[in-house]
Design a protein around this ligand. Sequence first.
Ligand code: GDP
Ligand code: CA
Length: 309
Amino acid sequence: VIAVLAGGVGAARFLAGLVRVVDPAEVTAIVNVADDLELHGLHISPDLDTVTYTLARQIDPERGWGLSSETWQAMETLRRLGGATWFNLGDRDLGTHLYRTHRLHEGADLSTVTAEIAKGWGVGLRLLPATNDRLRTMVTLADDGSEVGFQEYFVERRHGVAVSAVRFEGADEAEAGPGTIDAIEQASAVVIAPSNPLVSIAPVLALHEVRRAVESRRADTVAVSPIIAGRALKGPADRLLVELGHEPSVVGVARLYAPLAATLVIDEADHELADRVRAEGVDCLVTRTVMTDATAAAELASRVIGANR
Ligand code: GDP
Ligand code: CA
């Protein structure tokens, strides 16, 4: 089994590539749930859904989130009624949230419901929420020192405001989700997907058992840098690195992951930084890491799983 620590879009693309080069039954993704939110009484799990919809080949290719051929009638109704409209929920997508919320109310845990939803969408790999317990990324805004939930920062404020701190509420009490630690311990390789290190991967690693398990597999762990030539391909990873005191480059990523991963995969665009990455104590593999299409993602996945052999 290959165990993959995953956030949303970057991880989803990587996983779609990985299942082209290994049997999906041999892949376990351990997915961030600290972006989850409750809205309109619904439990929404954006990263789990991004991974599920991408692997089901139902993701909207332009937006990178939500379902293709989506319609927005429910949002129109909410607008008419003066309901909360800052977080877009498509009509097709709503069915997933209705199902998840109902099953959770019935007493099923998030792992069980996630497996049901993945099966329903025809996803072959194993999708595990990082935890079944409440874990929430909370973001302090530099402007006024106020603290908001992750989606209020990311979606409502379009990650356009400076951040002074991030914390993961519930991390000390939360248990790692069922199957996650076994998957990490028994995997032939552990991969840290090219996801935002500070708000997608960090909350997964904030679960003490997960961090310890990955540290114990350091020799077999490969991380893929989401930062290419000093920039995130999408989202605020580059700005967050700077705002939270890290170097916004593959060297900064290497520093974050050095205790966890023996190898960091960086893009060809950063080949001149390979020696500085190695100076952080990690092996460095330089390859094409921009997943422009499924073939590019599969090639990257193939390099990543070959990295430690
Ligand atoms: P989110 O939860 O949807 O924001 O997604 P993630 O945290 O999984 O992904 C965001 C990160 O993925 C950003 O830092 C991007 O730079 C990175 N990313 C997206 N696509 C690619 C890609 O094709 N290659 C690499 N190396 N990183 C990518
Ligand atoms: Ca996310």
